[in-house]
Design a protein. Structure first.
Length: 277
């Protein structure tokens, strides 16, 4: 079995290591030749993914930034043929699927949108690890949600990564949820750490601080691209959050303990409602 991987950052590199450990032949390409050379020296990549090798791949994973993944697929789709299953790994789905679904149909390529729900605050191949996806969720966005055979085939091809569960959804539903579950967390964390007080936190911080600031350490270029691609849903979440924060501020400014208790209890109950105890 052969996997082709486009992009050897944290996600692509972790796929490479996972599939290598599973005994697959791993072909890859990266915009940075030094990264590709290092991946080959490490043993995670067997050789470069060149155009002539595309049709022989059983699975092709597009793990570059969204714009780069779209550009690569539209440029190379006519070379892939009908055998490989192509899955992108980008953090938003509407822009990618809107561009890649038509290109796939036009060229007879099997393409699914995908989003591995795993990562760390670090980026780059040097932080990649074979077990990054173990028990993590994987979201799939097929052209036809009722194509059970294709979804089964995709799950089999993704088995070496070790995902814990799969979700099938539409590009719109994916992006709406990701605005809340992922993108908002990164924005809030990134804004919170900018407080002038942050520089003196040592000795006064523990788990709450670590939880709140972990994802502030992000890749700015990638996240800016993802935010702008999903700005409608992200702005909706930001507006709601800022309105909610204003309520807390107003209660504090007015020394209104009763209102502050109400707001805090409301949030506690909402957490129990959506996640249980």
């Amino acid at each position: 079995m052969t996997v082709g991987i486009v992009g050897l950052g944290l996600i692509g590199g972790s796929f490479a290591k996972a599939y290598h450990e599973a005994g697959w032949q791993v072909l890859a390409r990266d915009a940075d030749q030094n990264t590709l050379d290092f991946a080959k020296l490490s043993g995670a990549v067997d050789s470069e993914l060149t155009d002539d090798k595309l049709p022989a791949c059983d699975l092709i994973l597009l793990a570059a930034y969204p714009a780069a993944s779209i550009s690569y697929f539209k440029e190379k789709a006519h070379l892939m043929g009908g055998h490989p299953v192509v899955i992108d790994c980008c953090g938003t789905k509407r822009v990618v699927c809107a561009a890649c679904f038509p290109a796939a149909r036009e060229n007879g390529v099997t393409f699914l949108g995908g989003h591995p729900m795993a990562g760390t605050h670090n980026s780059g191949f040097k932080y990649a690890r074979a077990n990054l996806f173990h028990n993590a969720p994987m979201v799939l966005v097929p052209m036809d949600r009722d194509d059970i055979a294709l979804l089964g085939r995709a799950k089999e091809l993704l088995a070496p990564a070790g995902f814990g569960r799969f979700s099938v959804t539409s590009a719109r539903e994916h992006d709406e949820m990701i605005a809340f579950t992922s993108q908002m967390a990164h924005i809030v964390s990134n804004g919170y750490i900018k407080s002038p007080t942050a520089g003196a936190h040592k000795g006064f911080s523990a788990g709450s601080y670590k939880d709140m600031t972990r994802v502030a350490w992000l890749a700015p270029e990638m996240w800016a691209e993802l935010f702008l691609e999903n700005k409608d849903f992200l702005l909706k979440e930001l507006d709601f959050f800022m309105s909610s924060m204003q309520q807390y501020r107003d209660a504090l400014a007015a020394d209104d303990q009763q209102e502050l208790v109400r707001l805090l209890d409301e949030g506690r109950k909402r957490k129990a409602e959506v996640d249980g105890r």
